[in-house]
Design a protein around this ligand. Structure first.
Ligand SMILES: Nc1ncnc2c1ncn2[C@@H]1O[C@H](COP(=O)(O)OP(=O)(O)OP(=O)(O)O)[C@@H](O)[C@H]1O
Ligand SMILES: [Mg+2]
Length: 302
């Protein structure tokens, strides 16, 4: 059984816990509420327990509003949990730190700076010596294949190139942990494919720990060592899936497509829940559920 082979059920105790030696990030009973416009407290995230292993590529997948960005922002130290603790290498997260950088869907490059100056910027803030800083910018711009475009400004680049520049800027301070919030979500499929391959190579070469948020199950299966499926309203961990498929993977590969279909099916009821709350009364879910299986030709149609 595909599902049985690849998944751990969250009903088992502490499914995402790992041993202390291999763990780098630990969320314990982490919950987050926000106050809405009427002043009522609303739970965005129910208490979750998540471990990220050192050097792991961990994907969080879930529908809009399930708390993916919330989790990432909490780990980044950009926001504090309402409840629970987040530790990195056993130390409580109290705010942002040089061991973590976040990369968002929109590159957020400074439009008036060149690519080189954009990547240099965090090193200037960190007061890294000039020579060392320039050498690092060159190393990471070469790594993302943008060295030739170092004097271009962001508006002269394609979306994929802008995300590469943002990746170089995230890497240049050499954080141990890379937090990525749908970094390729706005790109066309072929550009995203290329960047998946580049990111995977960089991850392997630099041995970073990556926490990668996506709403796309195929992207999660393409990249992740494990995938955490989140449910919504409020956000919670639904399932933890180990992706035991050889790398590099191809999104069109049958096993990738089949496992993605399992995750997509898992998310379907969650997405329906969101739609029921967000659209007019007449909405009904489609009658035909997506089921993985060799007789259904799912490999080509997802
Ligand atoms: N600063 C905030 N103030 C109030 N509510 C917030 C805030 N940030 C997030 N929320 C709410 O928390 C819930 C989770 O939001 P979050 O942005 O983490 O979801 P997400 O999974 O990243 O969604 P998407 O896929 O659309 O990016 C949503 O209901 C959202 O409206
Ligand atoms: Mg988000």
């Amino acid at each position: 059984m595909l599902l049985g082979e690849h998944t751990q059920d969250t009903a088992s105790p502490a499914p995402t816990h790992t041993s202390e030696g291999e763990r780098i990030i630990a969320l314990r009973g982490v919950a987050k509420s926000f106050v809405d416009a009427e002043g009522r407290s609303r739970a965005a995230l129910e208490p979750v327990d998540i471990d990220v292993r050192r050097g792991e590529f961990l994907c969080l997948v879930g529908p809009s509003g399930c708390g993916k960005s919330t989790i990432l922002n909490l780990v980044a130290g950009l926001d504090a949990p309402t409840q629970g603790t987040i530790t990195i290498r056993g130390e409580a997260v109290k705010g942002p730190g040089p061991d973590r950088t976040v990369m968002f869907q929109e590159a957020a490059l400074f439009p008036w700076l060149t690519v080189f100056e954009n990547v240099l910027f965090p090193l200037e803030v960190a007061k890294v010596a000039k020579g060392e800083a320039r050498a690092r910018v060159e190393r990471y711009l070469r790594m993302v294949h943008l060295w030739k475009f170092r004097d271009s400004r962001p508006h002269e680049l394609s979306g994929g190139m802008r995300q590469r520049a943002a990746l170089a800027r995230a890497l240049v301070i050499e954080p141990e942990i890379l937090l990525m919030d749908e970094p390729f979500g706005a790109l066309d499929a072929q550009t995203a494919d290329l960047l998946h391959a580049e990111l995977e190579t960089i991850w392997r070469e630099t041995k970073k720990t990556v926490l990668f948020v996506t709403h796309n199950p195929r992207e999660a299966v393409r990249l992740g060592d494990r995938v955490i499926v989140l449910g919504t309203r409020p956000g919670r961990v639904k399932r933890v899936v180990s992706v035991d498929l050889p790398r590099p993977r191809d999104q069109e590969q049958r096993d990738v497509a089949l496992l993605a279909a399992v995750l997509r099916n898992e998310l379907k009821s969650e997405i329906e829940k969101v739609l029921r709350e967000e659209v007019d009364d007449g909405w009904r879910p489609a009658q035909e559920p997506v089921r993985p299986g060799p007789d259904r030709g799912l490999g080509g149609g997802i």
